[in-house]
Design a protein around this ligand. Sequence first.
Ligand code: FES
Length: 104
Amino acid sequence: MALVKACDLTDLSDDEIYKAELDGAPPIAIYLIDGEVFATHDTCTHGEASLSEDGYIEDGTVVCSWHEGAFDIRTGQACRLPCMDPLRKFVVQVIDGEVFVDLD
Ligand code: FES
């Protein structure tokens, strides 16, 4: 397990997607949904859109504004075409107000 600090819990809000840029890893999107923190790759699997920059949260999904495809934030599964391949999901731990992701 390679836990890396991604941000502070106070950096997150319900409506926004936080982009974590960590050494040696592709950008990671961090979400706060109903008080729980989730993390996925930031790049849409349909194209090269950054979900934190070009996406938005809708009913527990992240919608990519480039072509309106969507992914389930909790599972990373694609749930609306044209997205078909899942986003990689990362295990998250919140410790003393700090958000860590497992890069393994
Ligand atoms: S690049 Fe994201 S839906 Fe096409």
